[in-house]
Design a protein around this ligand. Structure first.
Ligand code: ADP
Length: 259
Protein backbone atom coordinates (compact mmCIF):
# COMPACT_ATOMS: atom_id res chain seq x y z
CA UNK A 1 0.00 0.00 0.00
CA UNK A 2 2.83 2.42 -0.86
CA UNK A 3 0.80 5.06 -2.74
CA UNK A 4 -2.89 5.10 -1.92
CA UNK A 5 -4.93 7.35 -4.24
CA UNK A 6 -6.24 9.19 -1.19
CA UNK A 7 -3.52 11.17 0.44
CA UNK A 8 -5.52 12.07 3.54
CA UNK A 9 -8.17 9.84 5.07
CA UNK A 10 -10.11 10.95 8.13
CA UNK A 11 -12.59 8.52 9.61
CA UNK A 12 -15.09 9.29 12.36
CA UNK A 13 -12.90 12.18 13.43
CA UNK A 14 -14.21 13.95 16.52
CA UNK A 15 -12.85 16.72 18.72
CA UNK A 16 -14.70 17.48 21.91
CA UNK A 17 -14.23 20.58 24.07
CA UNK A 18 -16.15 19.81 27.25
CA UNK A 19 -19.75 19.44 26.13
CA UNK A 20 -19.12 20.85 22.65
CA UNK A 21 -18.42 18.58 19.70
CA UNK A 22 -16.26 20.94 17.60
CA UNK A 23 -15.85 18.08 15.10
CA UNK A 24 -18.46 15.37 15.08
CA UNK A 25 -17.61 12.02 13.43
CA UNK A 26 -16.15 13.57 10.35
CA UNK A 27 -15.20 11.50 7.30
CA UNK A 28 -13.00 13.49 4.95
CA UNK A 29 -10.87 12.20 2.09
CA UNK A 30 -8.45 14.25 0.08
CA UNK A 31 -7.10 12.89 -3.18
CA UNK A 32 -3.45 13.06 -4.10
CA UNK A 33 -2.79 16.35 -5.90
CA UNK A 34 -6.21 17.73 -5.07
CA UNK A 35 -6.96 21.30 -3.94
CA UNK A 36 -9.75 20.95 -1.39
CA UNK A 37 -11.66 23.93 -0.02
CA UNK A 38 -12.90 23.57 3.56
CA UNK A 39 -15.76 26.01 4.06
CA UNK A 40 -18.63 26.61 6.44
CA UNK A 41 -20.04 29.33 8.71
CA UNK A 42 -18.09 30.76 11.64
CA UNK A 43 -17.61 28.23 14.40
CA UNK A 44 -18.32 25.24 12.15
CA UNK A 45 -15.00 23.56 12.96
CA UNK A 46 -12.64 24.51 10.12
CA UNK A 47 -9.80 25.70 12.34
CA UNK A 48 -10.33 22.78 14.68
CA UNK A 49 -9.93 20.45 11.70
CA UNK A 50 -6.59 22.05 10.80
CA UNK A 51 -5.51 21.86 14.42
CA UNK A 52 -6.36 18.19 14.86
CA UNK A 53 -4.79 17.16 11.55
CA UNK A 54 -1.63 19.07 12.42
CA UNK A 55 -1.42 17.58 15.91
CA UNK A 56 -2.22 20.75 17.87
CA UNK A 57 -5.40 19.19 19.28
CA UNK A 58 -5.83 15.52 20.10
CA UNK A 59 -8.69 13.68 18.44
CA UNK A 60 -11.39 12.53 20.89
CA UNK A 61 -12.32 9.73 18.48
CA UNK A 62 -11.61 8.56 14.98
CA UNK A 63 -8.48 8.32 12.89
CA UNK A 64 -6.32 10.32 10.48
CA UNK A 65 -4.12 8.67 7.87
CA UNK A 66 -1.67 10.60 5.75
CA UNK A 67 -0.28 8.72 2.77
CA UNK A 68 -1.20 5.42 4.38
CA UNK A 69 0.41 6.28 7.74
CA UNK A 70 -1.70 6.63 10.87
CA UNK A 71 -0.91 10.12 12.23
CA UNK A 72 -3.86 10.34 14.64
CA UNK A 73 -1.58 10.54 17.64
CA UNK A 74 1.38 12.27 16.00
CA UNK A 75 2.72 15.36 17.73
CA UNK A 76 2.65 18.72 15.99
CA UNK A 77 6.45 18.98 15.97
CA UNK A 78 6.80 15.66 14.13
CA UNK A 79 4.25 16.26 11.41
CA UNK A 80 6.64 17.80 8.92
CA UNK A 81 8.53 14.51 8.98
CA UNK A 82 5.25 12.87 7.90
CA UNK A 83 4.92 15.32 5.02
CA UNK A 84 2.53 17.88 6.46
CA UNK A 85 2.92 21.67 6.55
CA UNK A 86 0.59 24.53 7.35
CA UNK A 87 0.37 28.28 7.27
CA UNK A 88 -1.45 30.40 9.83
CA UNK A 89 -3.89 33.27 9.54
CA UNK A 90 -1.68 35.43 11.73
CA UNK A 91 1.94 35.70 10.73
CA UNK A 92 4.34 33.49 12.65
CA UNK A 93 7.55 34.77 11.20
CA UNK A 94 10.49 35.44 13.42
CA UNK A 95 10.78 39.11 12.45
CA UNK A 96 14.38 39.85 13.44
CA UNK A 97 15.61 36.85 11.41
CA UNK A 98 16.35 37.02 7.71
CA UNK A 99 14.05 35.75 5.00
CA UNK A 100 16.46 32.89 4.46
CA UNK A 101 16.59 31.88 8.14
CA UNK A 102 12.81 31.97 8.40
CA UNK A 103 12.50 29.65 5.42
CA UNK A 104 15.24 27.37 6.68
CA UNK A 105 13.24 26.90 9.90
CA UNK A 106 10.64 25.10 7.80
CA UNK A 107 13.16 22.57 6.60
CA UNK A 108 14.07 21.52 10.15
CA UNK A 109 11.52 18.78 10.33
CA UNK A 110 13.29 16.90 7.63
CA UNK A 111 16.45 16.72 9.66
CA UNK A 112 16.40 14.10 12.35
CA UNK A 113 18.02 16.20 15.00
CA UNK A 114 18.22 13.51 17.70
CA UNK A 115 21.61 13.50 19.41
CA UNK A 116 22.22 9.78 18.92
CA UNK A 117 21.38 10.06 15.28
CA UNK A 118 23.72 12.98 14.76
CA UNK A 119 26.68 11.40 16.50
CA UNK A 120 26.69 8.77 13.82
CA UNK A 121 25.37 10.70 10.89
CA UNK A 122 27.05 14.04 11.38
CA UNK A 123 28.38 14.14 7.86
CA UNK A 124 25.09 13.19 6.28
CA UNK A 125 23.38 15.79 8.48
CA UNK A 126 25.70 18.55 7.29
CA UNK A 127 25.20 17.51 3.68
CA UNK A 128 21.46 17.53 4.09
CA UNK A 129 21.52 20.95 5.75
CA UNK A 130 23.51 22.30 2.81
CA UNK A 131 21.10 20.71 0.35
CA UNK A 132 18.20 22.35 2.11
CA UNK A 133 19.87 25.75 2.05
CA UNK A 134 20.23 25.36 -1.70
CA UNK A 135 16.62 24.22 -1.97
CA UNK A 136 15.38 27.20 0.01
CA UNK A 137 17.16 29.50 -2.40
CA UNK A 138 15.85 27.65 -5.43
CA UNK A 139 12.29 27.60 -4.13
CA UNK A 140 12.34 31.33 -3.56
CA UNK A 141 13.55 31.91 -7.09
CA UNK A 142 10.70 29.86 -8.52
CA UNK A 143 8.14 31.25 -6.12
CA UNK A 144 9.02 34.90 -6.13
CA UNK A 145 12.16 36.21 -7.86
CA UNK A 146 11.70 39.66 -6.29
CA UNK A 147 11.76 38.13 -2.82
CA UNK A 148 14.82 36.08 -3.72
CA UNK A 149 16.69 39.39 -3.95
CA UNK A 150 15.80 40.09 -0.32
CA UNK A 151 17.09 36.76 0.98
CA UNK A 152 19.24 38.19 3.74
CA UNK A 153 17.03 41.07 4.76
CA UNK A 154 15.23 40.80 8.09
CA UNK A 155 11.59 39.72 7.76
CA UNK A 156 10.55 42.86 9.63
CA UNK A 157 11.57 45.00 6.64
CA UNK A 158 9.07 43.20 4.35
CA UNK A 159 5.56 44.25 3.41
CA UNK A 160 2.54 42.05 4.15
CA UNK A 161 2.48 40.10 0.90
CA UNK A 162 6.21 39.35 1.06
CA UNK A 163 5.83 38.14 4.65
CA UNK A 164 3.06 35.84 3.49
CA UNK A 165 5.31 34.58 0.68
CA UNK A 166 8.05 33.79 3.17
CA UNK A 167 5.58 31.80 5.27
CA UNK A 168 4.44 29.85 2.28
CA UNK A 169 8.00 29.13 1.22
CA UNK A 170 8.72 28.02 4.76
CA UNK A 171 5.84 25.56 4.52
CA UNK A 172 6.96 24.31 1.12
CA UNK A 173 10.68 23.94 1.68
CA UNK A 174 10.25 20.82 3.80
CA UNK A 175 8.79 19.21 0.63
CA UNK A 176 5.43 18.43 2.22
CA UNK A 177 2.87 16.15 0.60
CA UNK A 178 0.01 18.09 2.13
CA UNK A 179 -0.20 21.82 2.88
CA UNK A 180 -2.94 23.37 5.01
CA UNK A 181 -3.52 27.00 4.02
CA UNK A 182 -5.37 28.95 6.70
CA UNK A 183 -7.06 32.07 5.24
CA UNK A 184 -4.42 33.11 2.73
CA UNK A 185 -6.43 36.29 2.07
CA UNK A 186 -6.19 37.50 5.69
CA UNK A 187 -4.69 40.98 5.91
CA UNK A 188 -4.22 41.32 2.17
CA UNK A 189 -5.99 43.12 -0.64
CA UNK A 190 -8.00 41.25 -3.23
CA UNK A 191 -5.31 41.69 -5.88
CA UNK A 192 -2.54 40.60 -3.52
CA UNK A 193 -4.48 37.47 -2.61
CA UNK A 194 -5.04 36.61 -6.26
CA UNK A 195 -1.39 37.15 -7.01
CA UNK A 196 -0.30 35.00 -4.08
CA UNK A 197 -2.64 32.16 -5.00
CA UNK A 198 -1.36 32.21 -8.58
CA UNK A 199 2.15 31.90 -7.23
CA UNK A 200 1.15 29.02 -4.96
CA UNK A 201 -0.57 27.17 -7.80
CA UNK A 202 2.39 27.85 -10.07
CA UNK A 203 4.95 26.50 -7.63
CA UNK A 204 2.66 23.59 -6.89
CA UNK A 205 2.93 22.48 -10.50
CA UNK A 206 6.70 22.39 -10.23
CA UNK A 207 6.47 20.39 -6.99
CA UNK A 208 4.58 17.52 -8.59
CA UNK A 209 1.52 16.23 -6.80
CA UNK A 210 1.38 18.62 -3.85
CA UNK A 211 -2.03 18.44 -2.18
CA UNK A 212 -3.64 21.50 -0.61
CA UNK A 213 -6.49 22.07 1.83
CA UNK A 214 -7.55 25.69 2.02
CA UNK A 215 -9.76 27.40 4.60
CA UNK A 216 -10.92 30.73 3.26
CA UNK A 217 -13.80 33.19 3.63
CA UNK A 218 -13.30 34.67 0.16
CA UNK A 219 -15.66 32.51 -1.84
CA UNK A 220 -14.38 33.91 -5.14
CA UNK A 221 -10.97 32.54 -4.28
CA UNK A 222 -12.40 29.18 -3.24
CA UNK A 223 -14.31 28.96 -6.50
CA UNK A 224 -11.26 29.81 -8.55
CA UNK A 225 -8.65 27.55 -6.99
CA UNK A 226 -10.36 24.47 -5.57
CA UNK A 227 -11.16 21.17 -7.27
CA UNK A 228 -13.70 20.26 -4.62
CA UNK A 229 -15.17 21.61 -1.40
CA UNK A 230 -16.28 20.12 1.89
CA UNK A 231 -18.83 22.18 3.80
CA UNK A 232 -18.93 21.97 7.60
CA UNK A 233 -21.68 23.07 9.93
CA UNK A 234 -21.61 22.47 13.69
CA UNK A 235 -18.65 20.12 13.26
CA UNK A 236 -20.39 17.91 10.72
CA UNK A 237 -19.91 17.57 7.00
CA UNK A 238 -23.14 18.76 5.42
CA UNK A 239 -22.14 18.74 1.76
CA UNK A 240 -19.25 18.08 -0.60
CA UNK A 241 -18.60 18.52 -4.27
CA UNK A 242 -17.52 21.17 -6.73
CA UNK A 243 -17.88 24.71 -5.41
CA UNK A 244 -20.54 25.58 -7.95
CA UNK A 245 -22.69 22.66 -6.80
CA UNK A 246 -22.24 23.06 -3.05
CA UNK A 247 -22.89 26.82 -3.30
CA UNK A 248 -26.25 26.07 -4.91
CA UNK A 249 -27.20 23.43 -2.34
CA UNK A 250 -30.16 24.54 -0.19
CA UNK A 251 -28.72 22.89 2.94
CA UNK A 252 -25.51 24.90 2.51
CA UNK A 253 -27.39 28.13 1.86
CA UNK A 254 -29.46 27.59 4.97
CA UNK A 255 -26.36 26.95 7.10
CA UNK A 256 -24.80 30.25 5.98
CA UNK A 257 -28.05 32.16 6.45
CA UNK A 258 -28.43 30.78 9.95
CA UNK A 259 -25.10 32.15 11.20
P1 ADP B 1 -14.24 27.87 12.46
O1 ADP B 1 -12.77 27.80 12.20
O2 ADP B 1 -15.04 27.13 11.44
O3 ADP B 1 -14.73 29.27 12.63
P2 ADP B 1 -13.54 26.64 14.98
O4 ADP B 1 -12.91 25.36 14.61
O5 ADP B 1 -12.65 27.76 15.36
O6 ADP B 1 -14.54 27.11 13.83
O7 ADP B 1 -14.54 26.40 16.19
C1 ADP B 1 -15.47 25.35 16.24
C2 ADP B 1 -16.13 25.35 17.59
O8 ADP B 1 -15.20 24.88 18.57
C3 ADP B 1 -16.59 26.73 18.04
O9 ADP B 1 -17.80 26.58 18.74
C4 ADP B 1 -15.46 27.18 18.96
O10 ADP B 1 -15.94 28.07 19.94
C5 ADP B 1 -15.01 25.86 19.58
N1 ADP B 1 -13.59 25.84 19.93
C6 ADP B 1 -12.55 25.95 19.07
N2 ADP B 1 -11.37 25.84 19.70
C7 ADP B 1 -11.67 25.67 21.03
C8 ADP B 1 -10.90 25.49 22.23
N3 ADP B 1 -9.55 25.46 22.19
N4 ADP B 1 -11.57 25.33 23.39
C9 ADP B 1 -12.92 25.34 23.43
N5 ADP B 1 -13.71 25.50 22.36
C10 ADP B 1 -13.09 25.66 21.16
Amino acid sequence: AASPARLLECRGLSVRFGGLMALNELDIDVGRGEVLGLIGPNGSGKTTFFNVVSGVYAASAGSIRLDGVDITRAQAQNLSAHGLARTFQRSRLCLPLSVFDNIALGAQGRLDSGLWHNLFRRKAFATEARTMAAEARELLHVFSPTLADKLFEPAISLGMIDRRRVEICRALVGRPKLVLLDEPSAGMTHDETDQLMDEILGVRRSLGDLTIIIVEHEMGLIERVTDRCVVLNYGKKICEGRFRDVAADPVVREAYLGQ
